[in-house]
Design a protein around this ligand. Structure first.
Ligand SMILES: [Zn+2]
Length: 124
């Protein structure tokens, strides 16, 4: 099985450099946050979420996804944060989602290229 270029723990370090806390939904704080906004049950919530809070900016993700989906969702949430979507009121949700998907797609394309250039292939 081929190795991918980036692991979730490397992505966590990348987020730390951007002052973004990366956490899965099972993290105690994230779980409490989801409970307060009514997304406690797994079937009610999205696969990822970008949140600006008093004590920082958080990119959250569903832990049960396969690695490729996790990477895409995390890049998508990072995109929301870096493009200012967390506080922006001028854009529609659809515009924000499109931009974040484009952002994540570019990173996934780079990730795919790096994996293949190392003789690898994408896996779950
Ligand atoms: Zn989104």
């Amino acid at each position: 099985m081929a190795k991918r270029s980036m692991t979730i723990s490397q992505l966590r370090k990348f987020c730390e450099k951007l002052d973004i806390t990366l956490t899965d939904f099972d993290n105690k704080w994230a779980h409490q946050f989801l409970k307060t906004i009514g997304w406690e049950a797994a079937e009610d919530r999205p696969k990822g979420l970008a949140v600006g809070a008093k004590h920082g900016v958080f990119a959250m993700f569903e832990k049960s996804m396969c690695t490729s989906e996790k990477l895409f969702v995390i890049f998508h949430e990072i995109g929301h944060i870096l493009m200012g979507h967390v506080t922006c009121r001028a854009m529609t949700i659809e515009e924000k989602e499109l931009e974040a998907n484009i952002f994540a797609s570019v990173f996934m394309a780079m990730e795919t290229y790096k994996a293949f250039s190392k003789g690898g292939e994408l896996d779950g």
